[in-house]
Design a protein around this ligand. Structure first.
Ligand code: PEP
Ligand code: MN
Length: 287
């Protein structure tokens, strides 16, 4: 099936993000982490709770998403919360729980690093380092994470243009680290009445033209509402995303953060079944 929007044949003129730009490499880059490849023509699904809360919560969720076909476990140990009084994450203990879940399930781990002082600690545990939306333009942090040599998942700043986002990716690439994933997670617009953010799916085909880097879509933060997540996850696959990042919890109603946008393990299992059908139809099977 060739209905996924793909790359135009003509070369694009030089861009300020000279290493990230489409012509800098032949074709689309594949970022390989352990036994998982992003950008190789499969759809990779990353899933897990917003935050690591307890051993029981994490292991139950990890086992379930693994059984449904996810390849990467997400979960924040260091959480960037709007209020300093909200749950800030378990820190090092959370990282240890992620490592335990990885050892048991074989899932890779993606987790956020918020501050330069914590880069070495988080890099000891994570397979992929996540830079959150609020830190997309923390250029020193980008240079520090790049220097670990670990793959970096760079979330789009919620007020950032695509050009600014690609220039932030360029900070990582310019350090000699070429394993960068771009994650669209919704931007802030004038209309937040029914959704937390506006998931910018335009960004997917635009990025495909502008850059060789693999593209991730996060419909959880992109909508802020669990009931909208399956539809927008399907839309993200249809528009050509290489991977999805989805919040899943064994008991969403009890989640300490982002419960309203979090799928239950049962809803996630049903979504994965749908995505397998859709990915197969589009020629981009779920990995
Ligand atoms: C998250 O993935 O839980 C997160 C905090 O995302 P963002 O940085 O996109 O808000
Ligand atoms: Mn979250």
């Amino acid at each position: 099936m060739a209905i996924v929007v793909d790359v135009p044949a003509q070369p694009i003129p030089p861009r300020p993000y000279r290493l990230a730009q489409r012509g800098a490499r032949p074709g689309v880059s594949t970022v390989t982490v352990g036994d998982v490849s992003f950008g190789d023509g499969h759809t990779v699904v990353m899933a897990g709770p917003c935050a690591v809360e307890s051993r029981d919560q994490l292991l139950r969720t990890a086992r379930a998403i693994r059984a449904s076909g996810a390849r990467v476990l997400r979960g924040g140990a260091f959480k960037p919360r709007t209020s300093p009084y909200d749950f800030q994450g378990l820190g090092r203990e959370g990282l240890e729980l992620l490592a335990e879940a990885r050892a048991e399930t074989g899932l890779l781990v993606v987790t956020e690093v918020m501050d330069s002082s914590e880069v070495d600690l988080v890099a000891t545990y994570a397979d992929i380092l996540q830079i959150g939306s609020r830190n997309m333009s923390a250029f020193r942090l980008l240079q520090h994470v790049a220097a670990t040599g670990k793959p970096i998942m760079l979330k789009r700043g919620y007020q950032a243009t695509i050009r600014e986002w690609l220039l932030s990716a360029e900070y990582v690439l310019a350090q000699g680290n070429d394993r960068v994933l771009l994650c669209e997670r919704g931007i802030r617009t004038f209309d937040a009445e029914f959704t937390r953010n506006t998931l910018d799916l335009n960004a997917v085909p635009v990025l495909r033209q502008e850059t060789h880097l693999p593209i991730v879509v996060d419909p959880s933060h992109g909508t802020g509402r669990a009931e909208l997540v399956p539809t927008m996850a399907r839309a993200a696959v249809a528009v050509g995303a290489d991977a999805l990042l989805i919040e899943v919890h064994c008991d969403p109603a009890a989640a300490l953060s982002d419960g309203q946008q979090t799928l239950s393990t049962e809803a996630f299992a049903a979504l994965m079944e749908d995505l397998r059908g859709l990915g197969g139809y589009l020629g981009k099977p779920v990995a």
